[in-house]
Design a protein around this ligand. Structure first.
Ligand code: FE
Length: 170
């Protein structure tokens, strides 16, 4: 909840609390921006603009909700210290400090760098009910989050390598 009310004047806390409760999905750390819960400045580009800028497979995964094949992504077994940025807009998303080996075949994190950098949305595609993880700044599809992760959050952010760009610790 502090995600949504951080740095807000006290008088707004109750209003935001109500709004955040109203739009809060099932996972505790979920955020959405459609009721004023986040403050991330949005990048708006057309599908054509993204297609011109991005590698075709990056475009397919991040702008068309694709998935890279399991165990094939370049960051699946990546263990360097640093941070992972959104491939589309450069927003810092995850740290190597919360990366762990989930055995799933995709890079897995038990927490994001900042919950405000992500947006979570219910995904009912392929006959499953999952929680989609998107970049809050540019709406890139990143992957999904599940509630079978390790402590302390119990969450598993299962992210496509192709949606990320690694920046090594200086
Ligand atoms: Fe982004």
């Amino acid at each position: 909840m502090e995600l949504c009310i951080k740095n807000k004047p006290k008088i707004l806390i109750t209003l935001f609390f109500t709004a955040c409760i109203a739009c809060k999905p099932s996972i505790q750390t979920k955020i959405t921006d459609n009721r004023g819960c986040t403050k991330m400045e949005k990048i708006h580009k057309s599908e054509e603009e993204w297609q011109k800028e991005l590698d075709p497979f990056v475009f397919k995964v991040t702008r068309q909700k694709g998935t890279e094949p399991a165990f094939t992504g370049k960051y699946y077994k990546h263990k360097e210290k640093g941070i992972y940025l959104c491939i589309c807009c450069g927003q810092p998303l995850f740290s190597s400090a919360t990366k762990y080996d989930s055995g799933s075949g995709w890079p897995s994190f038990w927490a994001p760098l900042d919950n405000n950098s992500l947006e979570l949305e219910e995904d009912r595609s392929y006959g499953m009910i999952r929680t989609e993880v998107k970049c809050a700044r540019c709406d890139a599809h990143l992957g999904h989050v599940f509630e079978d992760g390790p402590k302390p959050t119990g969450l598993r952010y299962c992210i496509n390598s192709v949606a990320l760009k690694f920046q090594a610790e200086q």
